[in-house]
Design a protein around this ligand. Structure first.
Ligand SMILES: Cc1cc2nc3c(=O)[nH]c(=O)nc-3n(C[C@H](O)[C@H](O)[C@H](O)COP(=O)(O)OP(=O)(O)OC[C@H]3O[C@@H](n4cnc5c(N)ncnc54)[C@H](O)[C@@H]3O)c2cc1C
Length: 330
């Protein structure tokens, strides 16, 4: 770990223009007490595999969980069986993709598709934030599998980029939970290269995934591979018994609370402010965060435990803007 002495006046990185607000956004992180659920069970004549409850890290864990889930299923129902995937957020689409790569025939049943899922609300940084990770060895295996996929996608036109993330002391610490050897080592920075009061911090490098590019690309790839889809809302797990597929993968995110009665699933609302697009060559984590994307600059993010209504409020979003302005001494 090195110590960088960045931040003399001439090296300052640009300050965002916080007056250019595009819109406010909110979503419910599907946080699960104990651990996220990756588990097999039987329901009637079906084999049911759960893959949900990834809190603020669903994008990060998506590929690893998808590969892990398909590995569990394969031992019971080998390809080319027909599999129903419930949900078309990042978890449902990644799982469907891995299933199809392995020769399964897949049909996705879902109420909503991109751009109307929680996954579309994510920032999305590759980091295991706000999630109960479960056993460490399994978590590391999942992170390594996810990393391999995102590294490959970063070489394509998929909205995945390796970026620098500057973090003030005590923030962005979930980045320290990423297993060793996957990303460049974190460096301490004596003075972060931003206008405003001098602050020491850290420099990480991680993937930034842009959902408005990433999720439609994933869906287009699934259609290209021949996935079937049906728009459908489930009210109760008993409805699954009537599906024609022998195996079902549950990727309903927070929706699993109602359909499967899982009260371990606790909502954590996140509100974000989207500024008009600006050229800012960094991610920043402090009391809030700044993730510049092609569709705009994301300012995040509230952490509102127990709130299950995905709506924004003016006061919280103005607070997010003020917090970021203060960081830059505005
Ligand atoms: C503000 C915010 C910021 C975030 N930032 C990050 C980040 O930086 N990095 C990161 O990795 N993660 C981040 N996340 C977390 C991430 O968005 C979630 O963990 C992830 O989207 C969960 O994916 P999912 O596919 O399980 O659920 P969802 O995206 O919610 O998808 C669930 C799917 O199931 C369908 N469905 C639900 N109920 C029913 C039903 N009853 N019948 C039929 N269909 C149903 C939905 O329509 C949808 O298609 C963030 C989340 C929020 C809210």
């Amino acid at each position: 770990m090195g110590v960088l002495a960045l931040g003399s006046g001439s090296e300052l990185l640009p300050t965002p223009d916080f007056s250019r607000v595009k819109r406010y956004i909110a979503g419910i992180r599907p946080y699960r007490r104990g651990r996220f659920r990756l588990e097999l069970e039987s329901i009637g004549n079906k084999l049911l595999l759960h893959n949900y409850g990834h809190g603020g890290a669903g994008v990060t864990l998506s590929w690893g969980c998808a590969e892990e889930a398909v590995g569990m299923l394969r031992a019971e129902v080998p390809p080319p069986a027909e599999v129903a995937v419930l949900g078309a957020g990042v978890m449902g689409m990644s799982t469907a993709m891995v299933l199809m790569e392995q020769g399964y025939r897949v049909k996705i049943y879902t109420e909503k598709f991109t751009p109307d899922t929680t996954s579309d609300v994510a920032g999305a940084q590759w980091s295991p934030a706000l999630v109960n990770r479960g056993p460490q060895r399994r978590f590391e295996r999942i992170m390594r599998k996810s990393h391999r996929r995102f590294a490959r996608l970063a070489e394509q036109d998929y909205g995945v980029t390796l970026k620098a993330n500057y973090a003030t002391r005590g923030h962005g610490t979930h980045l320290d939970q990423i297993p060793d050897g996957l990303l460049a080592p974190m460096e301490r920075v004596a003075r972060l290269p931003f206008a405003g009061p001098a602050k020491a911090g850290r420099l990480y490098h991680t993937f930034h995934i842009e959902p408005p590019i990433y999720l439609p690309s994933l869906l287009a790839d699934l259609y290209f591979r021949g996935v079937e889809t049906e728009e459908r809302r489930f009210e109760d797990a008993r409805e699954l018994v009537a599906l024609p597929e022998r195996a079902v993968v549950n990727c309903l995110g927070y929706g699993a609370r109602r359909v499967f009665g899982d009260e371990q699933l606790q909502p954590i609302r996140g509100q974000l402010v989207l500024l008009e697009p600006q050229k800012l060559p960094y991610l920043l984590s402090h009391r809030g965060y700044i993730f510049p994307r092609k569709d705009g600059v994301v300012l995040g993010g509230s952490v509102e435990r127990g709130v299950f209504v995905a709506e924004t409020d003016e006061r919280t979003c103005q607070g997010i803007i003020r917090k970021n302005e203060r960081f830059f001494g505005l």
